[in-house]
Write a protein that binds this ligand. Structure first.
Ligand SMILES: Nc1ncnc2c1ncn2[C@@H]1O[C@H](COP(=O)(O)OP(=O)(O)OP(=O)(O)O)[C@@H](O)[C@H]1O
Length: 511
């Protein structure tokens, strides 16, 4: 079914592109036709080769073979600046903005030659913002902007540099439903004015809602391009996997009355003495998943760090199984059975340049199977790394491969497997399935549910509201460092949660 028809008018054509890394064929014989003025989605399992293809289109990676055409003209990019010269811009999932600068300063940084840094630049930014309904004020500080607005600054940045083809890497991963709607409005407006959008996503319902064309990658190659109306979400997932999907296990309650984590009157102040978390009270029982919903930056990071022992609270108590651990460090807490999936896998979760088997040891240096008789047990760590690769379906040439060489989703699967090792009694999970494909997400949920059945308590932080609702036994909403609402996951809707997260009232409800 692969669409190989090519018209000179295609915004981007990819023909027979291949890219190899040691031990891995990341892309082979990839074919992609992106029609101008459309939204084109790229979907596929973790490690299917989506990021590699986008990096090739943006000049970050060079293909080993094949041809790329932009507007019918063959191009050879050596760097992103070559891509930008041909009107291709990219918006990364991790925003690259300086918080202490204004919108204008962020936009013109590195592009001063275009319209200077003064009124001409301001006028141009206003023009773009007005043209697409972005509602951005050039003189506002970025630190005062919400997540959706920051993303618009990133899009404006590439438009300002003349991009007509914009690549977005999982743009909705950090947005609440209301922000997703707003982003889709922006994308439609961009499209109606002749721009072309190309984006990667694991959220198949959103893909079907916004895309004009969907290209599916499987194991490095394009398998088909479809129209959203012609496939269901389930069929799309099966095209990605190449087989029938397993049905996820049901989630009967396993909550007991044994308290595993208790947090009382917790307050955390930052280095400047500002209170970033206050009056936090929560209890998690064995067999219970407590979900915390919130827009990023509302105190979730500090809450996790206080429970893991990375920051000392100004006030309050943290108890693990009735033992006061407030003064304990991270290592002691981990040794008493705390697993920790960090929000930033590159900063806290992995040694990127170390092989996977060494990464098995990270954070577990003092426990089996990483040590034996006080010494690092290399063989034990290797065997267990192998087990994780197998049980969590981590796609890698082997356990001697560096963590850096794995796709984002496969890195995440490895971390989850490691932190679930040795039956922890408490799992602190920040965005456990971020960047993970739907099949692997279902598998991770199954692992967590299985452990929960055996008595695991989970503190779950996630930006994915379906995950929060689907996995949690109870739900709390955090806003500006405080818990502002409690919900029953059985009855709450993503829209209600989204509204509480942004502090908006929904009909018939207190804010
Ligand atoms: N710099 C690199 N060195 C070695 N291998 C790499 C490198 N970059 C990617 N790979 C490998 O290429 C394959 C494709 O990875 P890619 O990141 O393109 O997948 P993806 O579809 O974007 O996955 P995900 O959904 O998990 O982000 C993977 O097997 C990955 O391990």
């Amino acid at each position: 079914m692969t669409d190989t028809t090519t018209t000179a008018a295609a915004a981007v054509s990819v023909r027979g592109v291949g890219k190899r890394f040691p031990g891995v064929v990341a892309n082979h014989d990839v074919t992609l036709e992106v029609r101008p003025g459309t939204v084109h989605a790229l979907v596929g399992e973790n490690g299917a080769g989506k990021s590699t293809l986008m990096k090739i289109l943006y000049g970050v990676q060079k293909p080993d073979e094949g041809e790329i055409l932009v507007g019918g003209e063959t191009v050879h990019f050596s760097s992103p600046s070559d891509a930008i010269k041909h009107g291709i811009g990219m918006v990364f999932q991790h925003f690259q903005l300086a918080d202490n600068l204004t919108v204008l300063e962020n936009v013109v940084l590195g592009a001063e030659k275009l319209h200077g840094i003064g009124d001409a630049a301001r006028t141009e930014i206003r023009r773009i913002s007005d043209a697409y309904g972005f509602g951005l004020d050039p003189d506002e500080l970025v630190e005062d902007l919400g997540v959706g607005e920051r993303q618009r600054v990133e899009i404006l940045k590439v438009l300002y540099r003349g991009a007509k083809i914009i690549i977005l890497d999982e743009p909705t991963a950090v947005l609440v439903p209301q922000e997703v709607d707003a982003l889709f409005e922006n994308l439609r407006e961009l499209k109606s004015q002749g721009n072309t959008l190309l984006f990667i996503s694991h959220k198949l319902d959103e893909v079907r809602a916004i895309a004009d064309d969907i290209t599916v990658l499987r194991r490095g190659t394009t398998v088909t391009s479809v129209k959203p109306a012609d496939v269901t979400q389930h069929q799309l997932a099966e095209l990605m996997v190449g087989e029938e999907l397993p049905s996820p296990s049901t989630a009967e309650s396993t909550v007991t009355d044994r308290e595993v984590l208790e947090v009382r009157d917790l307050q955390v102040d930052d280095a400047q003495g500002r209170t970033v978390l206050s009056d936090i009270n929560l209890t998690i029982h064995a067999g219970e998943v407590l979900g915390i919903a919130g827009v990023e930056g509302n105190g979730q990071t500090e809450l996790v760090e206080a429970v893991v022992g990375m920051v000392r609270p100004t006030r309050g108590v943290v108890e693990l199984s009735d033992q006061d651990v407030t003064s304990w460090g991270t290592r002691q807490r981990r040794e008493s059975g705390v697993g920790y999936i960090p929000e930033d896998r590159h900063r806290h979760g992995l040694l990127l340049d170390a092989p996977l088997w060494e990464n098995r040891i990270l954070g577990h240096q003092t426990r089996k199977p990483s040590v034996k008789g006080g010494w690092v047990d290399k063989a034990g760590a290797r065997i267990d790394a192998q087990r994780i690769v197998h049980e969590y379906d981590v796609r890698t040439p082997g356990i001697d491969t560096t963590a850096r060489a794995l796709s984002g989703g496969n890195q995440q699967k490895f971390i989850v497997g490691r932190e679930m090792s040795g039956d922890p009694k408490l799992l602190i999970a920040s965005h456990p399935t971020r960047g993970v494909d739907v099949g692997a997400q279902a598998a991770i949920w199954d692992h967590i549910r299985e452990a929960r059945r055996r008595g695991l308590a989970v503190l779950l932080i996630s930006a994915d509201l379906d995950e929060l609702i689907g996995l949690s036994d109870s739900l709390k909403v955090i806003l500006r460092g405080r818990i502002v609402a409690d919900y029953d996951p059985q009855t709450v809707t993503p829209q209600q949660l989204g509204a509480a997260m942004t502090g908006a009232k929904t009909a018939g409800e207190e804010a």
